[in-house]
Ligand binder design. Structure first.
Ligand SMILES: Cc1ncc(COP(=O)(O)O)c(C=O)c1O
Length: 464
């Protein structure tokens, strides 16, 4: 990779090297190693850990090195409030163009008519949308946290549950969203906003059905596709863009982007907001800045622009196809091995395992797996009596496996490795455990072999 950029060669002279972004990143890494070796060592260790670990975290994906470079760019030094052409600070010429590029790419990727790329996270995006659409003390209807919903959908632990009256729907006996209950609660509570979206729900969301319910009570429909944005962009999950009034997402979970959020709207972007005060897009623009955020993060916006470009490529669409087939294989193999999988399978990247019958808590399973270099996070399951920090289930995802090129057969191998660990784990209460040492050695070797066959781009020498 080139480390300097060159200006045009002056007539009769040599090319004049111009320190560019690549040079800045190179010098930065050198300085970090020289002057802060402790911190540099931690950063390097993380690169190796990611290379040598089977990450099945459902809410994660690998950012391409070019995305990481954009996120670490000199745009970080730009302070800018407001939007392109209407900033409250000078010096945003390049950032204006970067933000316009990110907005244009986001719209193209999702077939949207409006995009706001400034939210620092999906939680901030959701807060901004609720601020725009619900009057103080108004009502929202979202999926219950224990049924797979998210904190920012009105949980009492979140500001969204304290400042609004939050009502929650749940799941039916098969573990799928109970749309009849959604309709019933909507009719009873007449929410200002209905949220369709989940953190731990492995099935297709029926956005049209949600919209019909929202329309029946005059509510705005907000689709939160934080977990499935890659599948939506790649046409592997129905798109809510023209069905919901507003769609929100994280940019890092499945889009291979930086930490951050994104707000989108489709054909109704200019339809009236509550009380006809303004258009939806006008309200959202102001709700992000200045109502809920200050300065933008220009480097993150650049990294989003890069990630959106990559997600528009055929390679990303192939990866998303593999994400889904890997998850189906994972669910199938775990079922064969005797695990109870919520809803009996998956339509997405996600598989949620109920561990309660096996006498293991989610926390014990998570720790035992991490000891053997497999990452999956504990998750509460419907009817769970464990607290959230302990939980009775495990949430798995195949985004990173697919990005590394693991197909369904290798994903089945991952399921068998996971089973080997859990089968060799003795719980010592709800939070402590021991793993049979011989099994741990064997599993770590299996993980290492898989990781070597499917490397993460740009990683260093192996962990010994
Ligand atoms: C459905 C859903 N919405 C929002 C969020 C919050 O995302 P962020 O971490 O970007 O704030 C999450 C994250 O777990 C999520 O699962």
């Amino acid at each position: 990779m080139a480390t300097t950029q060159t200006r045009a060669v002056p007539r009769g002279g040599a090319a004049v090297a111009e320190p560019g972004q690549a040079e800045l990143l190179r010098v930065g890494m050198e300085l970090l190693h020289e002057s802060d070796p402790g911190l540099a060592k931690l950063l390097d260790a993380e690169v190796r850990a990611q290379r040598d670990t089977l990450a099945m975290i459902a809410s994660a994906s690998l950012a391409d090195p070019s995305v990481l470079a954009a996120a670490g760019s000199a745009l970080s030094n730009v302070t800018a409030e407001g939007y392109p052409g209407a900033r409250y600070h000078p010096g945003a010429t390049a950032f204006d163009q970067v933000e316009e590029l990110a907005v244009a790419r986001a719209k193209r990727l999702f077939g949207a008519r409006y995009a706001n790329v400034q939210p620092h996270s999906c939680s901030s995006a959701n807060l901004a949308v609720l601020v725009a659409l619900i009057p103080p003390g108004g009502t929202l209807l979202g999926l219950d946290l224990d049924s797979g919903g998210h904190l920012s959908h009105g949980s009492p632990a979140s500001v969204t549950g304290r400042h609004y009256r939050a009502v929650h729907y749940g799941l039916d006996a098969t573990g799928r969203i109970d749309y009849a209950q959604v309709a019933e609660l909507a009719a009873k509570h007449r929410p200002h906003v209905l949220i369709a979206g989940a953190s731990a729900y492995p099935r297709t969301l029926d956005f049209s059905r949600f919209r019909a319910i929202a329309d029946s009570v005059g509510a705005y429909l907000v689709a939160d596709i934080s977990h499935i944005a890659g599948l939506v962009a790649a046409g592997r999950h129905p798109s809510p863009i023209d069905v919901a009034h507003i769609t929100t997402t994280s940019t890092y979970k499945q889009l291979g982007g930086p930490r951050g959020g994104l707000i989108l709207s489709g054909v109704e972007h200019r339809s009236p907001g509550p009380g006809g005060r303004d258009t939806l897009e006008g309200l959202i623009q102001r709700a992000v800045f200045p109502q809920t955020q200050g300065t933008a993060n220009p480097a993150a916006v650049a990294a989003k622009a890069r990630a959106f470009a990559l997600a528009a490529q055929p390679r990303f669409r192939r990866t998303m196809r593999r994400v889904v087939s890997d998850a189906a294989a994972l669910a199938d193999e775990l079922t064969r091995l005797g695990y109870r999988i919520l809803t009996g399978g998956t339509d997405t990247h996600m598989v949620v395992v109920d561990l309660r019958e096996r006498g293991l808590t989610g926390l014990v399973a998570e720790r035992a797996l991490e000891e053997c270099r497999i990452l999956a996070n504990r998750n509460r399951v419907p009817g769970d009596d464990q607290p959230p920090m302990v939980a009775g289930g495990l949430r798995l995802g195949t985004n990173i496996l697919a990005q590394r090129g693991l197909g369904p057969d290798e994903t089945r191998e991952c399921a068998r490795l996971l089973h080997a660990v859990l089968d060799a784990t003795t719980p010592l209460g709800a939070t402590a455990h021991s793993v049979d040492p011989e099994t741990a050695v064997e599993v770590r070797a299996g993980v290492r072999a898989l990781c070597e066959r499917h490397p993460v781009p740009a990683a260093g020498p192996p962990i010994s």
